[in-house]
Write a protein that binds this ligand. Sequence first.
Ligand SMILES: *Cc1c(COP(=O)(O)O)cnc(C)c1O
Length: 344
Amino acid sequence: MHPIIDLRSDTITRPTPEMRRAMAEAEVGDDVYDDDPSINRLQALSAEILGKEAALFVPTGTMSNSIAIKTHTQPGDEILLDGEAHSMLYEVGLPAIVSGVLTRQFISHKGIPDVADIVSKFQEESLHSPRTSLLILENTHNRSGGVVIPVDVQRKLWEQAQQHGVKVHIDGARLFNAAIASGKSPSEFAQYADTVTFCLSKGLGCPVGSVLCGSHGFISRAKRVRKMLGGGMRQAGILAAAGIYALENNVQRLAEDHANAKRLAEGLNGTPGIHLEEEVPPTNMIYFRTDALAESLITAMEAHGVIASTVSAYRIRLVTHLDVDAQDIERTIEVIKDVATACH
Ligand SMILES: *Cc1c(COP(=O)(O)O)cnc(C)c1O
């Protein structure tokens, strides 16, 4: 059990001693010259796992999405994305600033996009209209509760997008959670997209890093955009070594995070003043509505050593990860039940 139980995000994980050892022992070189053996290995391994031709190591998921958008589009194009997507809400307006694109939003049902609705939004360039050049899908979908967009939905969208000349990018910050939760391989999801990015710095437990995967042609153009954005790193193999370690050791264990989330939801279900959005969380996130102000509940929880984030005035998110164990979950259930009853 940890003295402070931090459920704000799966980004808060710290590298384990084994991961730190892999980092300390990493072979490195100047990656701008393609000379870093650890980065080259991470990129080859990532491309292989996702079934893509090539991959690019980048500092953050935000930069990865930005590079993908800029590489796939021309200024003045339109991109389609969920109104609750990370690229829409949490990337500081980068699609507008870096790529000069219009962001057109669609509404999904609990994170699952409606194929017909999206197809009806695809626009060809005309005297009046911008061209829709890119569709972004977020899998798993954070703001919808860590929902997995099923492979089948992705396939339908992909087929339609191809017919309309629209590229598809998956913001797979938590693609490995989607894969583990659905019993599919990451490449089954990735096959229905031109490009995919995933985060090493979330459930996989690395301190830094994301990987962008796609065709050889796309990745060589993306590399130039990465340089333009200041993401050309040098002896960053120390960071890539953590990524290799994570891909080899921390993927299967995501199932524990999912089991912990399920247990947490089960323990909280029926607590007065708390309304779970999903009784069975799809992956490693739990969202619930509160009768009391979320902020007052969070403050009371913190006094008992449990940290979480408010999402809106009456909505709280809890995220399970590598640095939360089964005992922490039991403690969290007790604390939330106590404070919710006191606030009720
Ligand atoms: C975390 C996250 C990102 C990238 O975040 P960074 O903090 O920039 O690495 C992108 N998309 C989703 C859905 C995320 O959750």
